[in-house]
Design a protein around this ligand. Structure first.
Ligand code: G3P
Ligand code: CA
Length: 235
């Protein structure tokens, strides 16, 4: 069997409120190689770990994150009792315990995220290879590469793997992250033959996990990372 990277989606979204320290702790308890989280920047410049552009779905607040100050966001609750963590809090929380896939979801996140990563690497507690920076936004990924030669970049795609491969070549990317809806055995091989790792999202059903293993993917991003430990292996 091919070994693969076990990646907890938004922490362990299937178990505990997404993108919270508690969800990340659950993923660590399950045993993962990396967590995937989403990042936005607020009006006062801080980087927050939250998926949507607005606060409405996952918190007791409302409105656009990009228009709020840190003082407002800090007071909000997720599902009644969890907090929205800062990216720097997440990095301190997981330091040395697993790798991290930071998805640049919000606008103008590439530069502050690269700056934070440089500081963490300079502290000696992190290596560039502990990070995967992914995004659907080309311009953010190019800003990452302009800022930093070292960071592993993953091109996210839910539309076309060949297009993601072409973009990946221009970015000197490390991986392609296709959605479950577009991945095939052939485009997995196409990506790997072009020199990229292939980590697929979001794979929750056991039969899909098995199918991805059969395709030979390099990693799986799942809301239920526990299921990645016991796939029915087709040896
Ligand atoms: O990074 C993979 C996946 O998280 C991308 O989609 O909407 O869950 O952020 P979304
Ligand atoms: Ca994401």
């Amino acid at each position: 069997m091919n070994d693969f990277l076990k990646i907890g989606h938004r922490g362990a979204k299937g178990h505990i409120a997404e993108n919270t320290l508690e969800s990340i702790q659950k993923a660590l308890d399950i045993g993962i190689d990396a967590i995937e989280i989403d990042v936005h920047k607020c009006a006062s410049g801080e980087l927050w770990v939250i998926h949507d552009f607005t606060l409405d779905r996952t918190t007791d607040g409302s409105g656009e994150i990009a228009k709020k100050s840190a003082d407002v966001i800090r007071k909000l609750k997720v599902e009644g009792h969890y907090k929205i963590p800062l990216l720097t809090e997440v990095l301190d929380f997981i330091e040395g315990k697993c790798d991290i896939n930071i998805e640049l979801k919000g606008l103008d996140t590439a530069e502050p995220v690269c700056k934070l990563i440089k500081e963490k690497v300079a502290s000696g507690n992190w290596k560039y290879s502990d990070f995967i920076i992914s995004s659907f936004q080309k311009n953010e990924l190019f800003k990452v590469r302009d800022n930093d030669d070292h960071l592993p970049i993953a091109v996210l795609s839910k539309a076309s793997v060949p297009e993601a491969i072409e973009l990946g070549k221009r970015l000197n990317a490390w991986a392609i992250h296709p959605s479950l809806g577009i991945i095939t055995r052939d485009n997995t091989k196409l990506s790997q033959d072009a020199g990229f790792k292939v980590n697929v999202w979001t794979v929750n059903e056991r039969e899909d996990i098995q199918r991805m293993i059969d395709f030979g993917v390099d990693g799986i991003i799942s809301d239920y990372p526990n299921r990645l430990h016991n796939p029915v292996l087709n040896l």
